[in-house]
Design a protein around this ligand. Structure first.
Ligand code: IPD
Ligand code: CA
Ligand code: CA
Length: 267
């Protein structure tokens, strides 16, 4: 087994262990919730899962840096660390708190700014998406690939909106262009899973501005599954594209160009 494959296997087992913790917390309804800054919901399960993942990664890779939503979100985008783990302990916190099933653990690993391992585990959907650079993308160990759509009219599009309500109005022109030209829109509430849904062809495209931990793992999974990944705006100098979370667009290759134009023209 290659070193990369070993990392992937380990990341899968850590994500699945974290998933068990999330499932148990729901069964026992044993969690409290509060708002972080800017209307953002967090539960104590988010923090407990982040701690578990941190502990496991420390056992195996004590020297490697960690960027995680709840425990170490302060790492700069410009991180020059050779090896970096990027973790969202619960992607879809609002779904988790509301009893919905679109919830995921997202674990990515980057080397010199390039994502090489990605795992997105959805404990309530019983799906584990995984990819390693140049080794393909999988769901529950079965190979997956992006959709073969060739027109916007047949493209189902995923997206999301920020917690801050006042920031939502500016996103309406793009949303309205998508609704007017594409098959329909889905807002499933977990960016990591939206990316995986593009990876396995359930969605034709996904666009959103998020945070690094929301997309690093799913981005690699989508790319390895043959989806085209990119940004609608400029990437600041010195920031690795695989870590830059603004204005993401991920789409089946057949409609990426049309989707990009549609979104850029919408204002
Ligand atoms: C959120 C989800 C959601 C996206 C938000 C994210 P969280 O992550 O991925 O789909 O629209 O931008 O913040 O807070 O549930 O980890
Ligand atoms: Ca998230
Ligand atoms: Ca989260």
């Amino acid at each position: 087994m290659s070193a990369l494959q070993e990392r992937l296997t380990l990341a899968i087992s850590i994500a699945e262990e974290a998933g068990t913790l999330i499932r148990e917390a729901r069964v026992n309804q044993s969690f409290s919730q509060h708002l972080k800054a800017d209307e953002e919901l967090v539960t104590d399960v988010d923090v407990a899962v982040d701690s578990l993942i941190k502990e496991r990664l420390n056992e195996h890779f004590p020297e490697e840096a960690l960027l995680s939503e709840e425990l170490s979100p302060e790492h700069a985008l410009h991180t020059q660390t050779a090896a970096l783990w990027v973790v969202d302990p619960i992607d879809g916190t609002v779904n988790f708190a509301q009893g919905l099933r679109h919830v995921a653990v997202s674990i990515g690993w980057m080397e010199n700014g390039v994502t090489k391992v990605g795992v997105v585990h959805a404990p309530f959907l019983q799906e584990t998406f995984s990819a390693a650079k140049e080794l393909g993308a999988y769901c529950n160990q079965q190979p997956i690939s992006a959709a073969h759509v060739s027109s916007l009219a047949e493209t189902l599009v995923g997206t999301g909106f920020p917690y801050q309500r006042e920031a939502r109005q500016a996103l309406m022109p793009r949303l309205s262009a998508v609704l007017a030209n594409c098959r329909d829109v889905r807002r499933n509430g977990a960016a990591a899973l939206d990316l995986c849904d593009v990876a396995c062809g359930r969605l034709g495209a996904y666009y959103e501005t998020v945070s690094p931990w929301d997309f690093v793992a799913g981005w690699l999974i989508a790319r390895e599954a043959g989806a085209r990944v990119g940004h609608l705006g400029e990437i600041p100098e010195g920031v690795p594209a695989d870590l830059y979370p603004n204005e993401l667009l991920v789409a089946a290759p057949g409609i990426y160009g049309a989707m990009e134009q549609l979104l850029l023209d919408a204002r």
